[in-house]
Design a protein around this ligand. Sequence first.
Ligand SMILES: Cc1ncc(COP(=O)(O)O)c(C=O)c1O
Length: 365
Amino acid sequence: MTAQAKPQRLFNFSAGPAMLPLEVLEASAQALVNYQGKGVGIAEVSHRGKEFDAVIDEAIQRCKSLLGVGDTHDVLFLQGGATQLFTTIPMNFATGTVDYLVSGEWSQKAAKAAQASGAKVNIVANSESTNFDQSAAPSTWKLTPDAGYLHVCSNETVHGHRLPVWPSHPNLVVDASSEFMARPHPVKDCALVYAGAQKNLGPAGVVVAIVRKDWYPRIGKSVPALFNFQKQAEAKSMVNTPPTFGIYILLETFRWLDRQGGLSAIEKRNEEKAGLIYQTIDASQGFYKATVAVPEQRSRMNITFRLPSEELTDAFIKEADKQGMVALKGYRTVGGIRASIYNAMPVEGCQMLAAHMRDFAARSR
Ligand SMILES: Cc1ncc(COP(=O)(O)O)c(C=O)c1O
């Protein structure tokens, strides 16, 4: 038998759906065709059968153990993406006034969805007037005493900044979509943490939600079973047929994360990767301008920066593309460059991007 050549992989800087580890893709591809040598693929078996039951049990277990959460919380694998999640949160859990930090595109969308649902929403701070170039200092937030919850987005995928430390609040809800499992998170201290899978975990179509069980009595009787967090938890995310293959890929990612040494080890690598690019920006004598000035707030996942002109930006992207570095164009409303370097992006991809940045700046000044 001839050894199979490794596929040529691009360095894919897409913000999501995004790059996944090759080992995860290969193991998932194998399971899709022939699961554990059973002559049937994992996407072809019943979600109520023993094969898939073992998959979801292991996925829940590994997810909890990677995050250090115990019996106080349930792990759900739902459909509808992070947008459905932030739409159904107020429906389930809003009591009295609910607080929202608006620090970018996604937290703003979540706050608007809560307002549209009829919840009484208080915006604790809003950095839109400075184009979401940073998140307001926690000491300036206008928090409601006894708010039903505080919702934040810990990493703003579009604007490229993060909350260096998740706030401490008795009922904290975090949209962690674009940094989930890229560093250790204090999930056990949160009421609800959610993340669309298509950045750091797997394919679009699955959203992970980790819910504190003591929140279930808040859920009104009128919430439909499909959107009811308690009913979904009782049914192990199977009120209806779950996205079985997507969940399988998540399980492979959790196994991969364990093999990498867990979230502290992955954070160390992510800091190194992001450092390579931010150092290049900061050493470019103003040729590249980071859109987020405060170093601590700069996202380690979505690195956003500008070049002196649109022509140079286009040329930069085209040249990168030719070298096998793709999807560097900034979000449509923001422009510039966005390099998304989730867990699966190898250090070599960041080294190559930094080298291209240095070379391009030297030639274009
Ligand atoms: C931080 C954040 N929240 C929410 C969403 C929405 O996710 P979805 O498209 O899965 O609904 C995204 C998508 O990019 C995101 O980056």
